[in-house]
Design a protein around this ligand. Sequence first.
Ligand SMILES: [Zn+2]
Length: 125
Amino acid sequence: MNSAQHQTASPTPTTVQADDAPKLDAHLPSEVGEALDFCRSLISTTPRDTTVDPIDALLYAVLVGDDCEAHLTDPTHQHDDLCGGQDTMALMAKKHAWSTEVVAKLRHLRAAVATVTTTWEQQQH
Ligand SMILES: [Zn+2]
């Protein structure tokens, strides 16, 4: 590709993309946040012991989180015996034979969900 072709091939959003993007930016995060918050409420208030069933345990780890998240509201937080730090995740990983990769994936997904739900919660106030 010569430079003239490269210049004409530079990405220029079509009218459809340009019109659709603001709608997604304006509405998708709020709706996804509401949906994730709804799912989090379900899994965190079920009378079932969510540590027993492996699917419940995975859903809980992503939607609620097994690690202490006090640092999200208190950047100076230091883990102690009361918060448990990362002890619960370690216990659940052992109980359900989660590999290091699975634990890393769960923490990655939990961080993504927390970002969306925290934004959604802030929008509600
Ligand atoms: Zn802590």
